[in-house]
Design a protein. Sequence first.
Length: 565
Amino acid sequence: MKPGFFILFITSLLFLASCGNADQADYIITANTIWTGSDDQPMVEAIAIKGNRILAVGTYSEVDSHRGANTEIIDAGNGMVVPGFIDNHTHFNRAGELLMGINLLDVSDSDALRERVSETQDRLPDGMWMTGGMWGAYEQWAMGDTGSEREDREPWKPHKHDIDDLTPETPVLLHRWDREMFLANTFVLEQEGIDCNWEGVECEEGEPTGILYPAAAERVLDRIPERTLDQRLAEARLALERLAENGVTTIHDITGATQMRVFQELKRRGELTARINARPTLDKWEELAEVGIEHGFGDEWLRIGGLKGFVDGIMGNSTARFYEPYLTTGEVGSWRPMMYPPGNMKELIVNADAHGLWPHVHAIGDHAIDSLLTLFEHAIEVNGEKERRFRMIHTQVLSDGDVANRLADLGIIAEMQPYHAIDDMRWMEERIGERSRWAYAFKTLHDAGVMLSFGSDWPGTNASWYPSSAVQGIYAAVTRQTLDGEPEGGWFPEERIDVETALRAYTVNNAYAAGEEHFKGTLEPGMVADIAILSNSLFDVAPSDIKDVTVIYTFVDGVPVFERE
């Protein structure tokens, strides 16, 4: 054999070997149910991952051709493989605070308070204040109540003696859900020199009880040191763990400057286990535009994903804006500061849209929803046809079914959180009566042609706790029942939707809503390998059992970030 031919022969072998390695999967996943989210091939038998991308999908034999000596096989059996869940609405920094700190939303007695304080004390870093908690949010209506068992009683009031022995050297300043009452332990009372001469200090027999009212609490809050970067990173790691446990691989987060720095540091350290669509507030449009930032600035891990605006308040404290008054307060709710002076919100939306930034605006009450639609319509008329994906955040209470047609005609995406429906029902009808029929109108919106985008609003408001579980969100949208299965048949059951519609709203639709459908949201070759593997098929279990389905594997960027034992 001539030397030149020999070299050519060896080179050819090396080339063929390299081609073989390029097609060799790192992972092959099989299951009885693999839902890709693709219109062309919605169900397949197997999926192959190479690096951070989907290499192949198809039948067992088609995908098995990518098996190599180092390929790891995961057989999910009767489980279900789906694209990683995308959560359209989180408050990540507050979730981290509650996971590292203390969550008292469902606490309204001393025994439960002591239990939570003790748990928190065990994980709190040295020197860090124990703050917040928001006790009593479920005091009148228990978690999971449908509104039929409201308790009228004097609100529970804690005492410093409930927690002093548990926190001898930890500064504690907790507050009730409405921030009208605070609890300080003796350590804080002595450290800050709080006595009965202060305005807003409750005393018994000349001694502070630990209860502070806003006038006194504000003086203490001003003295609490800012959390360090290390503390914020520790909170963020706990929050990322919770997302991974729930198969959530991307969040659309309401992100301030401090939290943006935390995300950047986690990314720099290689510690992000979920992709972040950061959403500053709408009033920041000019600062972003001045330096040339448009929607989608960033990379596949961390990017600008929209600007959040606010039209009205929330249902939790009866400030969502309605045409007719609340039955309980006699008020119609309120407009948020961005609506002032008159015309300000119109300018914010028009200018952001004109500069390639996508407004995502909060509207809950029927008057707020109609007003925001008019503002969106004006921006479309002024700026003309262009790439835009306006989102109405929450879209909670329509005035009637015709509003859904208006959203569809304007191409507005309904950014909703299904778990709201099964939590808010505990007080919704008491507050707005028959208008509740148009609350969380999933099916009406879907049938009108409105794109549904689903998420959690995790960890909730000062009046509610919302879990980060997409599976529980799907359960809520499909059944409209509490986790205890009430009411029978569902709350306004005509607004229930099917499993696949809800599943698309947590995956395919959310990728589109963010302008990311070209690289995520479906399980197709070339897409990022963000995958959730569930214990059971959502298509096969009874609707009432969906809530019990668990996530057993979560992949982000081709790497397992969670595996249930």
